[in-house]
Design a protein around this ligand. Structure first.
Ligand code: NAG
Ligand code: NAG
Length: 532
């Protein structure tokens, strides 16, 4: 009899410890990171003429912390910025160390960006990323560091017992492959494994406070932040920033009553403008300034009305203390995924661009991708944002699979300039090595989301003598580098350019966060892969 009682007790203990594993401490935070809204070059299109002159809507840093009670914890931060930056991360970690000691370190904090091409630039530490901003911009950097720190502090102060649910689904109309001819170079056998030529899946985490109920959600979906064009001059979170605002507003409006996403109506009063990539509309500068001035933007507001833990404990569950709903739309493997889903057309003839080179009569700068709101890029931003928002609400409402298990993390630095890679062709395999980074001629052609200048074109495997001469003034690549990079002709040998400091990174930090069965792999550039 005794042994049975003992076994029963053991089973209860095991079950109990298992139950404890899906009881996490969860905290969310959100803070403004808009930065300088005038006279600063924007990050993304590398267009020196794209200078901020106002705000479409404000940018935010949104963070979540998940902790096992008395165990590991992880932090994930999503920025309404083109990408995270190692220098920004180092500064944020320094601040966190001063506040919390070794609770948050490079090992358990991952910072990612949504890849908007409409935020202030100049905050990265490598030369190629700050050429068009004419160097480092302290104001951009400070706004990011301050905002990230405060969003994490908020999340930390909001830590309360709760549970997490996960859901997945496909969005078919928010991203297309912008290099479909390039994709066709993949072996047919590989292509046949996939239903589409880009990843269409959104994954969503839903955070539920034990007492307050749902307090937020983070989702990951691949589509570029290029609904706003390379001529836009208003700071904007692009389609993902818009989606985040739609979802936070939706949740706040619905209060405790259940409202489904269909009730989200278009706000017809939103000011619009026609993109000036349309040649006939180049002279609307005055109109643009007036329009920019007419945009309403709410002040940066905190995610909680109180940051005092003592007050929250005393006034437990008072509505005024309820944390604000935080919803982040994070970027994932968006490599060649464009939100300009109508395809790429020539601005002169209106015909589709050359399929293999994205050119119009041989010229690359006339070929532009069209968003669903064409020719209104604000409308395209809204529509692509809304498509992600609606799917996120659906996944949020239907999320029933609970996240269970350990919280864990791994962090490492990898030197991508000398990795050994095992290549197999026709059954034989050999080990080859990577080499320092280099930008090819095709890079300078840009993409159909933002074509580059001059006579560059995509898919160029020759290069031209004039630009090679210019290149050699900066750095002449040696034979080994040329052979390693071929068939890509080198325009800029960035990986070997070190003056006045590194032009491009070689060593990249890689982060893996695990929350039960949900795993996030984070690399710089703001790109995140997540898998179950
Ligand atoms: C694109 O290039 C491929 C391979 O070189 C060729 O077979 C195809 O005909 C080209 N397509 C067009 C539309 O030019
Ligand atoms: C390379 O891959 C082949 C085929 O998968 C394998 O047999 C071989 O052991 C690998 N070599 C190295 C050095 O990893």
């Amino acid at each position: 009899m005794r042994i049975w009682t003992f076994l029963l007790l053991l089973i209860v203990l095991v079950l109990k410890s298992d139950v404890a594993y899906c009881d996490y401490l969860i905290g969310l935070g959100s803070y403004d990171i808009t930065g300088p809204a005038a006279d600063v070059n924007m990050m993304g299109y590398a267009n020196a003429e794209q200078i901020a002159s106002g705000v479409h809507f404000r940018l935010r840093s949104r963070a979540f912390i998940v902790a096992e009670p008395k165990g590991n914890r992880v932090v994930f931060v999503n920025l309404d910025a083109c990408m995270a930056a190692q220098l920004v991360t180092i500064k944020v970690l320094e601040r966190l160390k001063a506040r919390y000691g070794d609770v948050y370190t490079e090992n358990n904090v991952a910072i990612s960006g949504i890849h908007t091409h409409a935020g202030p630039g100049g905050y990265l530490q490598y030369v190629v990323y700050i050429v068009t901003s004419l160097g480092f911009v302290r104001q951009s950097f400070d706004a990011l560091v301050d905002g990230i720190e405060k969003s994490i502090v908020q999340a930390h102060e909001n830590l309360r017992p709760g549970s997490i649910f996960v859901n997945k689904g496909e969005i078919l109309d928010a991203g297309v492959n912008r290099s479909p001819s390039g994709y066709l170079n993949n072996p047919a056998a590989e292509r046949s494994k996939y239903k589409y030529n880009v990843d269409k899946e959104m994954s969503l985490l839903k955070f539920v406070d034990d007492e307050w109920g749902p307090v937020g959600s983070f989702n990951w979906f691949a589509t570029h932040g290029t609904s706003m064009s390379r001529t836009n001059s208003l700071i904007s979170g692009d389609n993902k920033g818009a989606a985040a605002r739609f979802m936070e507003d939706w949740f706040e409006r619905k209060g405790s009553a259940r409202i489904d996403s269909a009730e989200f109506e278009n706000d017809e009063s939103l000011p619009r403008r026609i993109s000036n990539i349309i040649p006939t509309l180049h002279d609307n500068h005055h109109e643009l300034l007036e329009l920019a001035a007419s945009f309403q933007s709410p002040p940066g507001r905190p995610a909680t009305k109180t940051s005092s833990v003592a007050r929250r404990v005393r006034g437990s569950l008072r509505q005024v203390n309820k944390p604000r709903f935080v919803s982040a739309f994070c970027q994932s493997n968006c490599g060649d995924v464009s939100p300009n889903v109508l395809g790429a057309f020539c601005t002169d003839t209106g015909l589709p661009c050359d399929f293999n080179h994205s050119t119009c009569g041989g010229k690359n700068e006339l070929c532009y991708g069209r968003g669903p709101g064409y020719p209104d890029e604000f409308e395209s931003t809204r529509i692509i944002g809304e498509r992600q928002f609606k799917k996120a609400v659906e996944l949020f409402n239907g999320a029933s699979e609970q996240i269970k298990g350990k919280v864990d993390f791994r962090h490492t630095y990898i030197d991508f300039s000398k990795l050994a890679v095992n290549v197999s062709s026709n059954g034989a395999s050999k080990v080859v090595k990577t080499c320092p980074a280099a930008m090819g001629f095709g890079f300078a052609a840009g993409t159909t989301d933002g074509p580059g200048a001059f006579d560059f074109r995509q898919g160029d495997d020759q290069g031209n003598p004039f630009w090679k001469l210019v290149r050699n003034l900066l750095k002449t690549p040696d034979k080994e580098q040329i052979e390693c990079q071929q068939p890509k002709p080198i325009l800029l040998d960035t990986g070997e350019m070190k003056l006045p400091y590194d032009w491009a990174p070689s060593i990249l930090p890689i982060q893996i966060l695990r929350i039960g069965q949900f795993v996030i792999l984070s690399v710089p550039g703001g790109i995140i892969l997540n898998f179950l």
